[in-house]
Design a protein around this ligand. Sequence first.
Ligand code: ARG
Length: 584
Amino acid sequence: MKERLITLIESALDTLIADGTLPADAKRPVQIDRTKDKSHGDFATNIALMLAKPAGMKPRDLAEKVIAALPQDSAIAKTEIAGPGFINFFQASDWLNSLLDQALADKHLSVARPEQPQTVVVDYSSPNLAKEMHVGHLRSSIIGDAVVRTLEFLGHNVVRQNHVGDWGTQFGMLLAYLDEQKHEESAAELSSELSDLEGFYRAAKQRFDESEEFATRARGLVVKLQAHDPDCLKLWGEFNSISLSHCQAVYDRLGVSLTADDVRGESAYNDDLSQVVADLDAKGLLSEDQGAQCVFMDEYKNKEGDPLPVIVQKADGGYLYATTDLAALRYRANTLGADRMLYFVDQRQALHFQQMFSLSKLAGFVPESTELSHMGFGTMNGPDGRPFKTRDGGTVKLIDLLNEAEERAYALVKEKNPQLDEEELRTIARAVGIGAVKYADLSKNRSSDYIFNFDQMLSFEGNTAPYLLYAYTRVASIFRKAELDMTQVSGEFLLQEDAEQALAARLVQFGEVLQSVAEKGLPNLLCLYLYELAGLFSSFYEHCPILNSEDEALKQSRLKLAALTARTLKQGMELLGLTPLERM
Ligand code: ARG
């Protein structure tokens, strides 16, 4: 609706520019706000206040001219000038009713499909395989997956890329350690040791820090690995398959839609790396700095004003994280045909991605028109406001965290509903516990840090998963109580009460909200929308009797509103990767 009003106003401004009322440069971005008080209409704009000065008119007089120049539109019942010169718009009720009916009749809730679906490559999760997944990978996996689901629902062609760290110096250290252990341990002992990657990593790191000789060997192994030494490759393969299976277990548990097919790790680009460097050289972009091959771009300087290099090849011949990302950018543009590439990676890598995006365009690896976005996110902190750690200061394993969430949810649900049988309790606890962890993350603006707090995320009050899951079961229960099928509602919409109108107006915004989530990579917008929708439903339910409605036509209309609310809540939760429950 906002878009529609903007178009109408812009057209009115064009008319006023053409007839000389407004100077040719008077166009401003048109701002439309939703009005709080419905007696002032549904939307308002301050455009006449903004343009009064350049027009040399009083705002109210200009507002009158704007209204007179507005094209006819069936969506608008009435316009009005308010206060110093605001223009208020009243949405036409039959228009709103027909939007609601369209949504109800459509499996897709009449969310518009793009005229030109885009190919969107989404890089998310992307843990390092040398270590076990930890809470730091939670945000990327969860936020990335919600955006991926939304993009797909909107009709785009999404290519998931799990750019796992399966290469690099860490592997030298691990392989050196593995090799050393092999002489001391049986194969069985080794494989069980490897199943605790975290411990294995720690032990290897200790050796690396303590022994210069070991460290040199480790660095040598990196070079050997890059030269495709078969023994090295075999050891390396063993690591990766164990580590990937751990990741997959976490995705399955979390309900993250990544599969083995989406894994395209750093190693997949090995054969392209020398070409990347050669191509940068051919473009005249390379300079040598202390033996390393670097690119200096004018726009990247440190605080002292010294140029910041992108190092693409070290003096010992080894390639880097950046070289691989350049190769990946080219692959995603050329082979995957990306129109957009989204990277859900920790905010601390912001500079890296800026440099990669600039350089890939400068080098012609990615067309100028391709949108490249780093969807950065802040840190997940513990209750003390510091990075999340176990009591003894170690990193928290994701799987332990999820187990605890489920156990806590189980206790809560059991306390509320002691009569439920064990199986149902477990199902609900899973949806609530895992949902709470995911939603706590999704509902915050991703760019800020946030504090992980079990009590808060498991609360049935506020913008939480339990609140939303519960709100949905309440709507569903209306139909269950009345033994009615949600898909079998009929009759006309009769929206009389304010509470009905407010709910209806919010329902038809679902598509707009999804559009912003997809554009900005911000699932918290969808969380907020669903939270508000649930709140609007509550007050509707409080003020407007449904099943006890005195009038059959009114009852049908309210049932339709309830059905559309239920379906919108459910669809929204699914896009966030939550599991809606019919009862809890
Ligand atoms: N593996 C990296 C890390 O854990 C994240 C990779 C993100 N994706 C990328 N194309 N660089 O920090």
